[in-house]
Design a binder for this molecule. Structure first.
Ligand code: DX5
Ligand code: ZN
Length: 216
């Protein structure tokens, strides 16, 4: 089953609790885009918001850390209530160590790749991680246009995971909507991170479209 992780960055943050309740029946997780203004050209929110979202829903929280030196904070993101913590390959000098900081705390460790980073960069750590987040836009903002060249990366990674018989999930993030969903799902994506596609459009109609795709 394909899962949806809703990125609250595209929601009306002035009524976050209501926004989560509005889409809750259509989604599987809540995605928090943590940005530091250094790794990406935008600043969003941090640990207190994980705690706040935790009080609004029983759905798992997936924290996407777009920050430098994530090793300084990953444990605290798990303690605050994140079930998945995603760090960027490009932000980690000692990725293997950081992955085990997350896992040893009891959360799932995902590694994100910017659009220009080849999937081969993860070949020696693939069996240690729970998932790969393929960025399908440049990280930093909601509502950007899907970068089509990332589809080949999804296919390549999906084939590698199958060949090696690994239990590693593929998550995609950025520009996923009714027009792009079929391509990413057919290429091997299993978790769809969606901001605009869920909060700014009709989540029920998207869910219906996703069910049709999975049945065809
Ligand atoms: C981009 C973020 C995404 C973003 C997705 O840096 O990682 O999670 O919020 O938003 P949409 O689905 O609107 O592209
Ligand atoms: Zn994200």
């Amino acid at each position: 089953m394909i899962m949806i992780s809703a990125s609250i960055l595209a929601s009306d943050l002035s009524k976050l609790g209501e926004e989560i309740k509005r889409v809750e029946q259509y989604i599987d997780m809540v995605h928090l885009d943590v940005m530091d203004g250094v790794f990406v050209p935008n600043i969003t929110f941090g640990l207190p918001l994980v705690e706040a979202v935790k009080k609004c829903t029983n759905l798992p929280i997936d924290a996407h850390l777009m920050i430098v030196q994530p090793e300084k904070y990953v444990e605290r993101f798990v303690e605050a209530g994140s079930s998945i913590v995603t760090v960027h390959y490009e932000a980690c000098l000692h990725l293997h160590r950081t992955v085990y900081q997350i896992k040893d705390k009891g959360a799932q460790a995902y590694v994100a790749l910017n659009p220009h980073t080849p999937v081969e960069m993860l070949s020696d750590i693939l069996s240690d991680i729970d998932g790969v987040l393929i960025m399908t836009v440049n990280p930093g903002f909601s509502g950007q246009k899907f970068i089509r060249s990332t589809v080949e990366k999804i296919k390549k990674l999906s084939n590698t995971i199958k060949q090696k018989n690994l239990n590693v999930k593929i998550m995609v993030d950025g520009g996923i909507n009714e027009n792009t969903v079929k391509e990413v799902v057919y290429s091997g994506a299993q978790i769809l991170v969606m901001g605009y596609g869920i909060f700014k459009y009709d989540p029920a109609s998207f869910k219906k479209k996703l069910e049709e795709i999975q049945c065809s």
